[in-house]
Write a protein that binds this ligand. Structure first.
Ligand code: UT7
Length: 332
């Protein structure tokens, strides 16, 4: 029997209502709208304010929308993978909590942590399960409540991140649509430039670690920037060359939304016009595992069956990668 490919057959998303704009942020730290727009390209980001709610709250909202839009019943789902760096708890996996919240009872669920490349890695993992032929409906979620680990007294980090979640349904396809190829890479040498110093097994939480603000994101912006620009562009161009794709063949680049300058550099290396690049960084900022599905969520209405998409990411680890897929449906 022909081996299926794995196709995205629906998308759901959720962003919190609360908007933290650059002007409000300028009252918390020494920054300006002009600096943030010029150096990063973010005007506002969403912040989850619901008391006692974390990443699974947003993930579950995205999955509920996905199930509703695709007419899928929770009991049909075989598998939920959640990419996140801000799980509800260190354990159990946030994917389990999301599945429970939306009533998925017949599947197995786990999390993936690959920094800002988390959704791409999770999509690659879900793809292999579908391609095996053993599983028929997998949900891949990218969700992060970055506001839970952002230090709002640190001007080098606080403008960048926001909260949000997106989710896709993956199903077998026998018409040559769906994921064509994936390239994933990591290099742990970069871990020192972007990490959370305390809260894990090396440095469990203590009063001292809290006082030293070590539970917040630590980022050395410039090395991360340099790596991101070269790795995201290199791997996207490699994907194009491997499949003999010209810029005309590509409908959209779906890039991780960390910095407008990184996105533009990647598009330029690929020879793509700006109108072939999905961009929503201005309104959501960097939602880490949420950026890719939230882009597709925003642009879904423009996508047609057979469109060629190149997904590209770079994140903590360091991790990076690219997925080439053929969009599987016309949006209504
Ligand atoms: O998604 C995960 C991967 N993360 C990324 O891709 C992030 C990659 N890095 C970046 O996007 C950029 O490096 C940042 C946006 C984090 C920083 O931009 P930059 O152009 O690299 O700025 P910089 O760190 O070199 O700082 C330049 C100046 C410094 O002032 P002096 O020393 O030149 O006087 C900073 O103190 O800008 C200053 N600065 C700010 N000024 C106003 C840093 N943050 C701010 C701020 N507002 N928020």
């Amino acid at each position: 029997m022909q081996r299926p490919s794995a196709a995205i057959t629906g998308i759901g998303g959720y962003v919190p209502d609360y908007i933290l704009g650059n002007d409000e942020l300028s009252k918390l730290v020494d920054t300006t709208d002009e600096w943030i727009m010029t150096r990063i390209g973010i005007r506002e980001r969403r912040i989850l304010k619901e008391p006692g709610e974390g990443t699974s709250f947003m993930g579950a909202k995205a999955v509920e929308e996905l199930l509703r839009k695709t007419g899928t019943k929770p009991e049909e789902i075989d598998l939920v993978i959640c990419a996140t760096v801000t799980p509800d708890h260190l354990f159990p996996a946030t994917a389990n909590i999301i599945a429970d919240k939306v009533g998925i009872k017949n599947g197995f669920h786990f999390d993936i942590n690959a920094g800002c490349s988390g959704f791409l890695y999770a999509l690659a993992t879900g793809t292999r399960f579908i391609e095996s032929g053993q599983y028929k409906k997998a949900i891949v979620v990218g969700a992060d409540k970055m506001s839970s680990i952002v230090d709002y007294t640190d001007r080098s980090v606080s403008p960048i991140f926001g909260d949000g979640a997106g989710a896709v349904l993956l199903e077998p396809n026998y018409d040559g649509l769906g994921v064509v190829d994936m390239m994933l890479q990591s290099d742990g040498v970069g871990r020192h430039h972007l990490h959370q110093k305390a809260g894990g097994s090396v440095k469990p939480p203590t009063h001292e670690s809290i006082d030293a603000r070590e539970h917040f994101i630590y980022q050395e912006g410039q090395p991360v920037f340099k790596w991101a620009v070269s790795k995201m562009a290199d791997i996207s161009v490699e994907m194009m060359e491997k499949h003999h794709l010209t810029s005309d063949d590509i409908t959209y680049l779906v890039p991780h939304q960390a910095n407008m300058r990184i996105i533009s550099a990647t598009a330029q290396r690929m020879g793509l016009d700006p109108n072939k690049v999905m961009i929503n960084i201005e309104k959501y900022g960097n939602t880490t595992a949420g950026t890719l599905p939230l882009c597709i969520w925003d642009y879904e209405h423009e996508l047609k069956k057979g469109d060629n998409l190149i997904l590209a990411t770079f994140g903590a680890g360091f991790t990076w990668g690219s997925i080439y897929l053929k969009w599987a449906y016309d949006s209504k």
